[in-house]
Design a protein around this ligand. Structure first.
Ligand code: NAG
Ligand code: NAG
Ligand code: NAG
Ligand code: NAG
Ligand code: NAG
Ligand code: NAG
Ligand code: NAG
Ligand code: NAG
Ligand code: NAG
Ligand code: NAG
Ligand code: NAG
Ligand code: NAG
Length: 778
């Protein structure tokens, strides 16, 4: 094996021995041109239409002015009264386009909703509402009496977008503002790529050529889509150049090795190239000449399918096919499946049929087990994007091409869209563990597939406002007969109970980026494809449009032994961002947590508030939620008890983090923040500032002897030295309470400083055993 990663470590042996998922998503050196995060595509496309139809919508609108931080109760109740013509216009414009979000927040790329009450528009989520019934997809005339993965529909395309959907797509686009915008956006990219050079070959070592494969697949999708929407063969010709290029048939060649051009050692690359070939072959089947098709078949077999067949018996390239429930299994099986379905019948080598006999069963055993029973993607919230994209492409293609999912669709996937929604706060994901640097073709658009598959319209209503919604897949997965506001009737809180993940999500609104959000996890420190941190008890807090307690994210994926394994002595846990020290939890004796942790959730309470129709959510008086867990098992024998929990105070405008601990070692309460931190002279409170916004953090208990201190987010000098340097954490401060051995109830109150005068309160001190929904009323 001559392949070595950047650290000269044998990469394939590493994967084989550990059966873990490195996924190698390192920051690419070859990258798409940045797409100008701050440019609002909404405004670019939306406003002209809005102005024309604005008049019709005026009646029935009660428009709220956004005061500076308007998700606090006082601001919200005064909102309607303070309406100004500027905010009226912006709200009306958004609604008049038929799209709910007015723009995308430039820092976090989350949708910004007008703060208005409009019960006529913001209705209960539903499919095929009377007014939109004509936008329902027609039914497919193909159905298989005895479905088999090797028995495909008679017509083309087979993959994801059968002809009966293309037949009505233009009329759906004309009638639906989301489809209109996505179609324009796909053409926008296609035009940009049309004028670009073919993808230049570059192997970055650790990550292989995955980014090139995904760019190729994006182009295959976009050019094929553009041709089918226009009949203009310029798109076909341009795609042919790309197809030749990745076949290595243009000047300069392509690939790491003349016999293995799609880099089978990093099989994600092989799978994504194969998927791109499959889409191009299938979607443009009627346009390619016989010669072009035979060349594509040759190249796909040579560099994709034949390696795919070998992967199922060769652990070096196919380690992902054995007991690997993460994103690798979904992406690798998915790519091989799309390609095989595309060429089945034309492929004379037998590879396509052989692969369909392997990939489907393998994905049902592995990929389909990607989410835990509560729907959480066990590899982390961020890997959910990679895994569910591969899953949805494969499952959707099997359904359209052969009429069955073969067991890919299961209860866990019916919940996974919710784990995605609840894992996203007003600004950021609850991004525990590794986060994977770039997403490229991975999006959250599997939400559209889940919405229709499981009849959960709110998942589609949620995703359609997201920045990553424009995508050829969305055009076929989105059911434009959907209607309503995703938040109408949606509970504010949810707990996720599977023993692997155990986490909770709480908020005061679904539709205001200035809202409050709390999330905490217990869960296991293993069983997550080595993408987790040693982070039982970790929490995040968002409010006022900022993250106040946040995550550090990935370390360097190419650092030696970063993915070695998840045993106690693994070098992975020497890296600051992965060790307990780098998390927002309790650190005992400056030691990492126990990898064998098996916490139990002890308490969960919620006033069960759901948001109403309005995007201005006023929580009811007394609205609250709490959650606490016994995380003693995450520590060693010096800690005989550690319970940790969070709750809302003061109608969800303040938050409390509590620990009840007995330990014979000294310990630290730690929290990472991007804020600048100023500790009071007596040490019992700290003021956190981000931009001009402030959060006061106070130690309520113990009433004496506990003081805040701060440090940079760097390792202790006494820590074991990792083989390579930690990532720097610029501008991150650790807020610390350092305590001696003993028994304590440590209570830390977070009080966002609402500029509208919503007052902060000081709640009573209450032991976990006595926590109720009213125990902290003042
Ligand atoms: C959030 O607060 C900022 C001021 O800090 C304000 O400009 C913005 O409009 C608010 N956002 C919403 C959705 O109300
Ligand atoms: C899709 O977008 C392109 C580019 O803006 C436009 O020319 C075309 O008419 C759109 N298709 C439909 C069906 O609206
Ligand atoms: C357009 O290209 C950008 C940059 O590669 C990508 O992030 C986005 O998802 C693409 N959108 C579509 C509709 O292809
Ligand atoms: C493309 O050609 C097909 C077949 O001739 C035709 O049915 C379809 O309407 C054409 N589409 C466009 C956008 O011209
Ligand atoms: C690439 O070139 C090889 C060797 O000439 C040929 O066999 C193959 O069909 C070509 N593939 C494509 C996609 O043009
Ligand atoms: C496994 O596949 C790799 C990559 O193609 C190849 O180098 C290796 O020889 C294969 N191993 C076996 C046992 O066939
Ligand atoms: C895969 O998992 C099953 C069930 O846990 C186990 O019996 C089997 O030994 C595992 N196979 C490998 C190769 O680890
Ligand atoms: C700091 O801000 C960045 C960018 O917004 C974010 O990704 C990160 O999670 C934040 N870190 C903390 C510790 O809050
Ligand atoms: C886990 O990885 C470490 C290196 O980080 C290695 O020393 C140890 O032997 C590995 N343990 C197992 C069980 O593979
Ligand atoms: C909230 O809903 C749960 C589940 O239906 C129920 O057990 C609990 O009693 C409810 N709590 C309140 C305060 O209504
Ligand atoms: C909730 O807010 C109301 C005013 O809106 C206030 O009177 C009440 O004390 C608050 N409840 C709690 C628990 O702080
Ligand atoms: C850190 O803060 C400095 C000074 O405010 C700023 O220039 C820099 O961009 C920040 N770095 C990061 C990574 O946020």
């Amino acid at each position: 094996m001559s392949y070595h990663n950047a650290n000269n470590q044998n990469y394939s042996t590493q994967n084989l021995n550990s059966s873990i998922d490195d996924n190698g998503y390192r920051t690419p050196l070859v990258q798409e041109k940045p797409r100008g995060k701050s440019t609002s595509k909404w405004l670019k496309f939306g406003i002209p239409i809005a102005i024309l139809v604005i008049v019709g919508l005026v009646v029935g609108l009660v428009v709220g002015l956004k005061s500076k931080k308007d998700s606090s109760p006082a601001a919200q109740s005064s909102a309607a009264a303070a309406a100004s013509s500027a905010s009226v216009n912006s709200a009306l414009q958004a609604l008049a386009t038929g799209r709910f979000a007015t723009a995308t927040n430039s820092l976090y790329m989350v949708p910004i909703y007008p703060q208005v009450t409009d019960t006529a528009v913001f209705t209960t989520p539903t499919f095929a509402a009377a007014a939109k019934a004509s936008l329902t997809w027609p039914s497919d005339t193909f159905s298989a009496a005895a479905p088999a993965a090797t028995s495909v529909r008679p017509d083309r395309p087979r993959l994801i977008a059968p002809q009966y959907k293309w037949n009505v797509l233009a009329s759906h686009i004309a009638a639906d503002p989301y489809l209109t915008y996505w179609n324009q956006s796909i053409f926008g990219n296609a035009t940009e790529w049309y004028n670009d050079d073919p993808i230049a070959y570059f192997n970055d070592g650790g990550n292989g050529i995955l980014d090139l494969a995904r760019r190729f697949k994006q182009r295959a999708k976009a050019f094929s889509y553009a041709y089918r929407m226009t009949n203009d063969t310029k798109w076909v010709d341009r795609l042919w150049v790309e197809i030749q290029n990745v076949a290595g048939n243009t000047t300069g060649g392509f690939g790491p090795d003349p016999v293995d051009k799609w880099n089978s050692i990093h099989f994600l690359d092989t799978a994504e190239f194969s998927a791109g070939y499959g889409i191009a072959y299938d979607w443009l089947y009627d346009v390619w000449s016989a010669d072009q098709k035979s060349k594509m078949l040759f190249t796909l077999n040579q560099y994709g399918l034949s390696f795919g067949v070998n992967a199922f018996s060769n652990g070096t390239i196919g380690w992902w096919s054995t007991n690997t429930t993460g994103n690798w299994n979904c992406v690798c099986n998915g790519g091989l499946t799309l390609a095989s379905l595309a060429v089945l019948g034309d492929d004379t080598t037998g590879n396509a049929a052989k692969l369909l006999g392997l990939t489907v069963n393998n994905a049902v055993q592995n990929c389909a087990a990607g989410p835990t029973s509560d729907g959480t993607w066990s590899e982390t919230q961020d890997y959910w994007y990679f895994g569910t994209t591969g899953y949805a492409e494969m499952t959707s293609a099997l359904l359209t091409a052969t009429g069955s999912d073969y067991g890919m669709i299961n209860d866990a996937f019916s919940q996974t869209g919710y784990s995605h929604m609840y894992g996203q706060g007003p600004t950021q994901l609850f991004a525990v563990g590794d986060t994977g640097p770039n997403k490229f073709s991975s999006t959250a658009n599997s939400m559209f597939f889940f919405a229709s598959t499981f009849n959960h319209p709110e998942l589609a209503l949620y995703q359609r406002d997201q920045y990553d919604a424009p995508d050829p897949w969305s055009m076929f997965w989105y059911d434009a007969s959907v209607q309503g506001a995703f938040w109408d009737g949606l509970p504010l809180d949810r707990k996720f109970d599977n023993e692997i993940d155990q986490w909770v999500s709480m908020r005061n609104t679904w539709s205001n980026t200035n809202g409050t959000f709390l999330a905490m996890k217990a869960g296991m420190n293993q069983g997550r494809q080595t993408h987790n941190d040693l982070d039982c008890g970790d929490f995040v807090i968002q409010a006022l449009g900022h993250t106040w307690a946040g995550e550090l994210g990935d370390g360097n994926y190419n650092a030696l032994d970063y993915f070695s394994n998840d045993t106690q002595n693994s070098v992975r846990w020497y890296y600051y961002r992965k060790m307990t020290e780098g998390q927002n939890t309790i650190l005992v004796n400056k030691e990492n947590q126990n990898v064998l942790a098996r916490p139990t959730v002890l308490g969960y309470g919620t006033t069960n508030d759901t948001q109403g129709s309005s995007s201005i959510n006023n929580v009811a008086q007394g609205s609250t939620a709490f959650w606490y867990a016994d995380i003693t098992s995450a520590y060693f024998t010096d800690t005989s008890s550690l319970k940790r929990g969070i709750r809302y105070i003061n109608n969800r405008t303040q938050m409390l983090v509590q620990d009840e601990i007995t330990t014979t070692s000294s310990f630290q309460w730690r929290m990472h923040t991007n804020a600048t931190v100023s500790v009071s002279s007596d040490g019992t409170s700290a003021t956190l500032t981000i931009d001009n916004d402030k959060m006061t953090v106070s130690i309520l208990s113990p009433s004496s002897g506990a003081k805040f201190s701060t440090s940079d987010a760097v390792r202790f000098p006494t820590d074991p030295i990792p083989p390579e340097a930690d990532q720097p954490n610029p501008n991150v401060t650790v807020l610390i309470i350092a305590m001696d051995a003993g028994t304590y109830s440590l209570q830390v109150l977070f009080s966002p400083q609402w500029t509208d005068g919503t007052p902060s309160v000081k709640p009573p001190s209450v032991a976990f055993a006595d926590w109720t929904l009213t125990s902290h009323d003042v």
